[in-house]
Design a protein around this ligand. Structure first.
Ligand SMILES: [Fe+2]
Length: 293
């Protein structure tokens, strides 16, 4: 029998959407308070002993916080891959464009320095707000067009999980930016070894954009899709850094990703229908079946 060895992506990507992001924090209680009281994310799960908190962003996406504990993995099934939460990750949240004025006010109310950059054009402005959490993760609020027909697997809902006039009205995860020490190797590996859909790269920086969906899409202009950005070790807009040793979770066609990961020979573990692989650049990617499948 001849096994089909996956090559660079030619058909649809097996990666369907962004399911979650895990951040490393040095004080779990302070992190839960920040993400609960400033971003309004409800606490769904807290494990005091393992120093893990999982917060909801919407019904399909979550933000997980890990405080490192000496000689104890935060998540046992990922221990063989030496998974950590991301260090200094750039992470963008989706908001309704009409909520951006309120976001500017709320950032000031919470005493957070912020910066605004227009990523659009004079005809179609795309104002974006950048600020930092207390742990060095670079956060962004970006408008999403909920009426665009090109919706992702898990569209952003109309309202935050817990609408509150005092918290930032985030309705989805939009993007995560990771640092890669070998940009050229990354650009070849991510489509080949996992099936990420390469969309484009910037001309002036080593910055590749992968659409988290079956087909590459144009970025910007309120696109409802989610994104993996991959940089070399550099500072991006608003002093945002790509994350090191990041832990990201994706909805995916898990058997299709597993065939690629195994052909690549990457360290991987499986648990309850999920597959996790350790990327040579130190990131860990978890792939899980799409909701309801
Ligand atoms: Fe960004």
């Amino acid at each position: 029998m001849t096994l089909a060895v996956p090559t660079a992506l030619s058909g649809p990507s097996p990666i369907l959407d962004l399911a979650g992001v895990t951040l490393e924090v040095n004080h779990l209680g302070r992190a839960v308070r920040f993400y609960g009281q400033v971003l309004g994310l409800p606490l769904h799960h807290l494990d005091e002993q393992r120093r893990v908190a999982r917060l909801g962003v919407n019904a399909a996406q979550s933000l997980t916080l890990w405080e490192p504990v000496t000689r104890q993995p935060n998540e046992p099934w990922l221990a063989p891959l030496r998974a950590r939460g991301a260090g200094h990750l750039h992470l963008a949240f989706q908001v309704r464009p009409e909520d951006l004025p309120r976001c500017r006010t709320l950032l000031g109310t919470h005493g957070l320095p912020w910066q605004e950059i227009d990523l659009g054009t004079p005809d179609a402005p795309d104002p974006t707000l950048y600020f930092f959490d207390p742990f060095g993760h670079g956060l962004e609020l970006r408008g999403v067009n909920r009426h665009d027909p090109r919706q992702p697997l898990c569209p952003a809902p109309d309202h935050p999980l817990t609408p509150d006039t005092h918290t930032l009205p985030v309705i989805g995860l939009r993007e995560a930016a990771l640092a890669f020490s070998d940009y050229a190797a990354m650009k070849a590996r991510l489509p080949r070894a996992y099936g990420f859909a390469f969309a484009k790269e910037q001309e002036d920086r080593d910055f590749a954009q992968f659409t988290l969906g079956p087909w590459p899409e144009p970025d910007g202009n309120g696109t409802p899709h989610r994104w993996l950005y991959a940089w070399d070790a550099q500072v991006g807009l608003a002093d945002m850094l790509g994350g090191d040793h990041a832990l990201l979770e994706f909805y995916a066609d898990v058997p299709a990703v597993a065939a690629r990961v195994q052909a690549e020979g990457l360290p991987c573990v499986a648990d309850a229908g999920r597959l996790a692989a350790r990327d040579p650049d130190g990131h860990v990617f978890v792939f899980r079946p799409a909701p309801g499948r």
